[in-house]
Design a binder for this molecule. Structure first.
Ligand code: C2O
Ligand code: CU
Ligand code: CU
Length: 503
């Protein structure tokens, strides 16, 4: 109930910053009188970005806010009905009279979490109250092309439409939704329009674990404390602001007990950041990717999460006195030319120990994930840059996106194998609509290396001057986009479209 109340508060434009409100009744807090240092409470050193014009840094260290949930308006089994509105909203980032204007779904930053079940028949009624055309794209989800918020289907300012689809069995995973109008996607996303989707399975082997949801977004403020416009450097490198927010909060605190096992779903909803996520001290198993669970968990030191991508981790609390342990993003060079590359660990959240808990068991196998068979068709996709032409700087197969040009045709049900080549000095995270793919191999320093295990993905980072080989099947017909998920590159034309024809 408190989530409902919160949503309405936010929509009304009052007291809408998430961190302060939501968590008090959601999370067990640290027992009063506990000696945090002795218990291993770790508050890593936090950098304090200062925005221009003397705006103070945002408040940090609040408990991680829960994502508000989008309520289901029907009690009918197997159906999900709800409404989403995109509209400007003011938020009090500093908890005082200063207001920052965002664009938000249902007044919430990020947008409400949509929780669905495999087999659900989904009907979302959408209203656009922005001054620009927009769409809702169901990133990664197997929805019909005409329901997928393609740039060809804009909802005009003041307009409405229904998005309707049915979720197939086997589609359980963490997805997200964001706008996709051509030329405005980056701006609409960085002004706040992005939300998480979880599709659940009745046979989820990890349903006994408590979940944390972490939606990472980027915030760049100008000297007046408003969301800054993109500058030339952002257009080139991809936007990176002063802040990485998690569920709308800067450097929040995540409680975890010694020995406790939690399932973390993490979304990268930033325009262009490639996170190299690590949780030093704690045990981390990678159990899922964009398209859901792996066959089994793999212990990892760090995970590379490109923009648009998601991972599922099983985190086990391992606190040692004095250990500094937060959720960090380690330095990763993605070939930026105009912005400095990240040189040190960036703290995204702190982890605070609260008590001890028994460690819940994990199944050895999560689900079958068989390889796709031999391809019936092969394509080569080249990602390139042409710095000489500011009107067509980011290209796919030598061309800039044209909504009225079909760049190829495919067939529903046929296995395709693509070699995606980064003939570029920057990394370009590659995304395909409508389905999930399996990465088979990639080059590292120009030498092909097989992937260590199969996973379902819809975004794969294609590093500068490297290639990725992947396979997929489209099971629904229609026009599907493929593009760089650095949203500034996508808006500038690093996108193409293939029409998949029914047999
Ligand atoms: Cu996340 Cu074409 O998009
Ligand atoms: Cu997408
Ligand atoms: Cu790119």
């Amino acid at each position: 109930m408190q989530r409902r109340d919160f949503l309405q508060l936010a929509a009304a434009g009052s007291a809408s910053w998430l961190a302060a409100h939501v968590m008090a009744d959601e999370l067990p807090m640290v027992v009063a009188g506990t000696d945090h240092a002795a218990m291993g409470h770790s508050m890593p050193q936090m950098a304090s970005p200062v925005t221009g014009g003397g705006m103070p840094p945002l408040p940090a260290g609040e408990p991680l806010p829960a994502l508000p949930r989008l309520g289901n308006e029907t009690l009918d089994a197997g159906k999900f009905r709800a409404a989403l509105t995109a509209a400007p909203v003011d938020a009090a980032l500093w908890g005082d009279a200063r207001q920052t204007t965002f664009w938000a779904y249902n007044g919430s930053l990020p947008g409400p979490l949509i929780e669905l079940w495999e087999g659900d028949d989904v009907d979302i009624s959408f209203a656009n109250q922005l001054a620009q055309p927009t769409t809702i794209h169901w990133h990664g989800m197997p929805v019909p092309a005409e329901q997928d918020g393609n740039p060809h289907d804009p909802v005009a300012p003041g307009g409405r439409r229904q998005y309707r689809f049915t979720l197939p069995e086997g589609s359980a995973a963490s997805y997200w939704y964001h706008p996709h109008p051509h030329g405005h996607t980056a701006e609409q996303a960085f002004r706040g329009l992005a939300g998480a989707v979880i599709v659940r399975s009745k046979h989820d082997p990890l349903r006994h674990l408590p979940e944390q949801h972490l939606l990472l977004s980027d915030l760049k403020l100008d000297a007046a404390g408003q969301v800054a416009a993109n500058d030339m450097a952002d257009m080139h490198d991809g936007r990176e602001g002063q802040y990485v927010l998690i569920n709308g909060a800067w450097q929040p605190m995540i409680p975890l007990a010694q020995g406790e096992r939690q399932r973390w779903r993490i979304w990268n909803a930033t325009s262009s950041r490639i996170f190299k996520l690590a949780l030093p001290a704690h045990d981390v198993l990678l159990v899922g990717t964009d398209g859901g669970l792996l066959e089994q968990g793999h212990p990892v030191e760090s995970v590379l999460l490109p923009p648009g991508g998601r991972v599922e981790l099983v985190v086990t609390g391992r606190f040692r006195a004095g250990a500094q342990a937060g959720l960090i993003s380690q330095p990763y060079r993605r070939g930026k030319m105009m912005h400095p590359e990240q040189a040190t660990d960036e703290v995204l959240a702190s982890i605070m120990q609260h008590g001890m808990k028994p460690t819940l068991a994990l199944p050895a196998r999560l689900r079958p994930l068989p390889p796709l068979g031999e391809p019936g068709f092969r394509r080569r996709i080249e990602l390139s840059e042409n710095m000489a032409d500011p009107k067509a700087m980011f290209l796919i197969n030598g061309r800039s996106y044209d909504m009225n040009r079909i760049d190829g045709t495919g067939k529903v049900g046929r296995i395709e194998e693509w070699e995606v080549q980064g003939n570029a000095h920057m990394d370009h995270p590659f995304h395909l609509h409508g389905t999930q793919f399996q990465v088979l191999a990639r080059t590292v320093d120009g030498v092909w290396e097989d992937e260590p295990f199969l996973a379902w993905r819809d975004v794969v980072n294609v590093a500068a001057n490297e290639s990725v080989r992947l396979r997929f099947v489209q099971s629904l017909p229609g026009l599907r986009m493929l593009h760089c998920h650095i949203l500034e590159h996508e808006d500038q034309g690093m996108m193409a479209q293939i029409d998949f024809l029914a047999e």
